[in-house]
Design a protein around this ligand. Structure first.
Ligand SMILES: NC(=O)c1ccc[n+]([C@@H]2O[C@H](COP(=O)([O-])OP(=O)(O)OC[C@H]3O[C@@H](n4cnc5c(N)ncnc54)[C@H](OP(=O)(O)O)[C@@H]3O)[C@@H](O)[C@H]2O)c1
Length: 397
């Protein structure tokens, strides 16, 4: 709490501390984690702070002193009350009364983890739910499990390898031929830990799976979604996109490569955010929204391609992670919550809170450049306005 106040109102805090303890201690307390060179030269206080127990004692004193002041006491109580109210109001899919009867939803990567939990809840809300998975056995097992759990017979498997643009086109063609409407598209399929590799279509594998495939699938289905409006596109990113400091569009085709798989993953997750912002900009006025979110840190098979040590550490930490059901909440919020109607181009954290994404995601022109690079990489062409038209079936190289 003290740390929070020191961040929010450092000036007020240091003024108060200075009045209360004198300037040397105020300086030390305000920078409690930084040993001050001045403090070391300033008499008894500096001797005290140099002993091992002193910083802890000082922090306790600081804490009690702060709470003894009526202003801090009232502020703390207000803040605690706000946190409590916010916690009480956190969104729960099971309490959301939305009925999706007559609506169709596609969830990519729904054979396990977060994707399966998302599909389960959409099916529970009576949506015609299509699980887009690359493995027939795993996908069919998930379909059976969801049908059993929800009693919804309209749960279906469609094969899709999102890293293959040919497979994406095939999936979209079959879906469009059925003439079905599409109200919810969840781009969830994702992978991390794969070694650098170039697909037969000339795309880097991790980027093809996490970025290019979702771009192509979304664009191929966009006409149907516009005709089915209101409709929602939800892209599953990650809090890890905050760790990225630059974007290089040559990563998409592997012309330039990152140091390791983990970095590649983080960059794909930033591209998910940038793509969503650009998509939302292009979709203004169409009745189709596009939002992006982080599911949090979730206990799934996401590290399956990592080495034993990483997986062991992950397993040891897994009791402290969210379950896939909890990890699905922010996606479901964007996909079905009535209060999300009309909201587009936003990033949500794992608590369904609207937060600003990493600054790069809002860099002017970057979304357009990423879009152009993805068009080139996937062979899909838009006509330059909001109207999306089909592109060539094979990438020209
Ligand atoms: N777990 C976390 O802590 C965490 C944190 C932040 C973001 N996320 C994101 O959440 C999403 C879901 O991940 P998860 O944690 O649920 O991991 P997961 O259990 O590994 O699920 C990933 C899903 O994507 C599918 N997939 C992978 N490559 C595919 C491909 N080429 N074509 C079609 N499907 C493919 C997998 O299918 P197979 O079973 O056939 O491989 C699986 O169903 C990902 O986008 C991930 O980046 C997860």
């Amino acid at each position: 709490m003290c740390a929070l106040f020191s961040i929010l109102i450092p000036g007020v805090k240091s003024t108060y501390l200075r009045k209360r303890f004198g300037s040397a201690r105020a300086a030390h307390v305000t920078c409690a984690h930084r040993p001050s060179p001045h403090a070391q030269k300033s008499g008894p206080l500096s001797r005290q702070s140099s002993s091992r127990a002193a910083p802890e004692r000082l922090l306790v004193m600081e804490g009690t002193a702060l709470f003894s002041h009526p202003l801090w006491f009232i502020c703390s109580l207000t803040l605690l009350a706000l946190l409590w109210v916010r916690r009480r109001k956190s969104w729960r899919p099971e309490a959301c009364p939305v009925d999706l009867s007559g609506k169709t939803a596609i969830v990519t990567g729904a054979s396990s983890g977060i994707g399966k939990a998302i599909a389960l809840d959409l099916a529970r809300k009576n949506a015609h739910t299509i699980l887009a998975c690359r493995c027939r056995e795993k996908g069919q097992a998930a379909v059976e499990e969801i049908r059993r759990a929800t009693g919804n017979p309209q749960v279906q498997l469609r094969l899709l390898d999102i890293s293959s643009m040919a497979s994406v086109r095939d999936f979209a063609r079959r879906f469009l031929e059925e003439g079905s409407q599409l109200h919810i598209l969840v781009n969830n399929a994702g992978v991390t830990g794969l070694p650098f590799a170039i697909t037969t279509e000339g795309l880097e594998l991790t980027f093809a799976t996490n970025v290019s495939g979702a771009f192509l699938l979304t664009n191929l289905l966009l006409g149907t979604m516009m005709a089915s409006a209101p409709a929602r596109i939800v892209n599953v990113s990650s809090f890890r996109h905050f760790y990225v400091r630059k974007v290089n569009l040559k990563w998409l085709t592997g012309e330039e490569r990152l140091k390791n798989a983990s970095q590649a993953y983080d960059c794909t997750k930033l591209m998910n955010v940038i793509f969503t912002m650009e998509l939302a900009r292009r979709l203004q006025g169409t009745g189709v929204s596009a939002n992006v979110l982080s599911p949090g840190i979730v206990r799934t098979e996401i590290l399956r391609h990592y080495g034993r040590v990483s997986r062991l550490l992950y397993w040891l930490c897994s009791p402290f992670m969210r379950s896939p059901q909890k990890g699905a909440i922010s996606t479901l919020y964007c996909a079905v919550a009535p209060e999300m109607e009309g909201i587009s181009g936003k990033y949500f954290d794992s608590n369904c809170t609207l937060v600003p994404p990493q600054a790069l995601a809002q860099e002017p022109g970057l979304g357009q450049r990423l879009w152009d690079a993805l068009e080139k990489a996937t062979g899909f062409k838009t006509d330059g306005s909001q109207q999306v038209v089909s592109g060539p079936l094979q990438r020209e190289r």
